[in-house]
Design a protein around this ligand. Structure first.
Ligand code: ARG
Length: 265
C-alpha cells in the first residue's frame, strides 16, 4: 500500500542520514587527531653558527655543543618540543630564520633594533660587550691605539658595527671575516693587529691559547649587548613557546646550572 511505502521511505531516509552523520563525525575526528599528532611531532630546526665557543662550536665528531645549545635543548624539553640543530654560516643562519627555512636562531645573537625589523627576539638570556683582543707584546692600550692598523671581526656582527663606529665605515684597516676563529688566526700570523669580538668568546681564545700570550682591552665606546633567540618575524606561537620555556628554566634553576657550567669563576 501507499502508506507502507511512505513509512519505508521515511525509515530509509532516517537510517541514511544517521549513517552520513556518523561518517562525517568520524572523519572530522580522524582529521583533528592527525592534526594534533603532527603538532606534537613537529621537529623545529634550530640554526647556529657553530664557530663561536663557548656559545656554540662543533666537536671533531660533528656534534654541536655550547651554552646556547644546552639552553635551547633545556627550553625545548620544558616545552615538549622536538628540535634539531644545524650549523650554518653567520649570515646564512640569519637568512634561514628570516625566510623560514629554519625555525629558531640560537647563536649569541645581539638584540638590536635593526634586526627586530626581520626577526622576533626572546627576552635577553645573556649580557655581553665587545672587547679588543691583541698580543700582550703589542703596546695597544685602547681602541684609539688601533688607528692606522688592521682590525679584524666577524662580518655582519656587532663587532663590525663597533669597529665602524670608532674608525668610520671607510677606514681602510677594517677586515671582515666569515667567522671569528679565522680572524684570530690572522692575528696569530700578524696580518691584523687586533680582533674585536664578543667578550666571552674572545676570553675563550685567550684561555685556550696560553702560548700565544694574548690580552683583552676594554673600551668605554663599546655598549652593553644582550643575546636573544630569534624566530621569523610574526611567529608569535613559537616565540611564546621559547619565552615560556626560558622562563621555566630560569625559575627552576636549570638556566643557572648551565650558566655555571660555562661561566663559573
Ligand atoms: N653578538 C654578536 C652579534 O650578534 C656576534 C654573534 C656571533 N655569533 C656566532 N655564533 N658567530 O652580532
Amino acid at each position: 500500500s501507499k502508506g507502507l511505502k511512505v513509512v519505508l521511505l521515511m525509515f530509509l531516509f532516517v537510517v541514511g542520514s544517521l549513517g552520513l552523520i556518523g561518517c562525517s563525525s568520524e572523519q572530522t575526528g580522524t582529521k583533528s587527531q592527525e592534526g594534533q599528532k603532527a603538532a606534537e611531532e613537529k621537529t623545529y630546526v634550530v640554526v647556529t653558527n657553530a664557530e663561536f665557543p663557548p656559545f656554540e662550536s662543533t666537536l671533531p665528531s660533528g656534534e654541536i655543543v655550547g651554552f646556547d645549545i644546552d639552553l635551547i635543548n633545556a627550553i625545548a624539553k620544558a616545552e615538549n618540543m622536538k628540535i634539531k640543530i644545524q650549523h650554518q654560516g653567520w649570515e646564512a643562519m640569519l637568512k634561514a630564520v628570516e625566510t623560514g627555512t629554519a625555525d629558531i636562531g640560537a647563536s649569541g645573537i645581539t638584540i638590536r633594533d635593526d634586526r627586530k625589523e626581520k626577526y622576533d627576539f626572546t627576552s635577553p638570556y645573556f649580557e655581553a660587550t665587545q672587547l679588543i683582543l691583541v698580543p700582550q707584546e703589542s703596546n695597544i692600550k685602547s681602541a684609539n691605539d688601533l688607528k692606522g692598523k688592521n682590525i679584524g671581526f666577524q662580518s655582519g656582527t656587532t663587532g663590525e658595527t663597533a669597529a665602524q663606529n670608532i674608525f668610520g665605515k671607510d677606514y681602510k684597516g677594517l677586515k671582515g671575516y666569515p667567522d671569528l676563529p679565522t680572524a684570530v688566526n690572522d692575528l696569530f700570523t700578524g696580518r691584523i693587529a687586533a680582533v674585536i669580538g664578543d667578550n666571552a668568546v674572545v676570553a675563550e681564545f685567550v684561555k685556550k691559547n696560553p702560548d700565544k700570550k694574548l690580552q683583552l682591552i676594554k673600551d668605554d665606546a663599546f655598549e652593553k649587548e644582550y643575546y636573544g633567540f630569534i624566530v621569523k618575524k610574526g611567529n608569535k606561537e613559537l616565540l611564546d613557546k621559547l619565552e615560556s620555556g626560558l622562563k621555566k628554566i630560569k625559575e627552576d634553576g636549570t638556566y643557572q646550572k648551565i650558566y655555571n657550567q660555562y661561566f663559573a669563576n
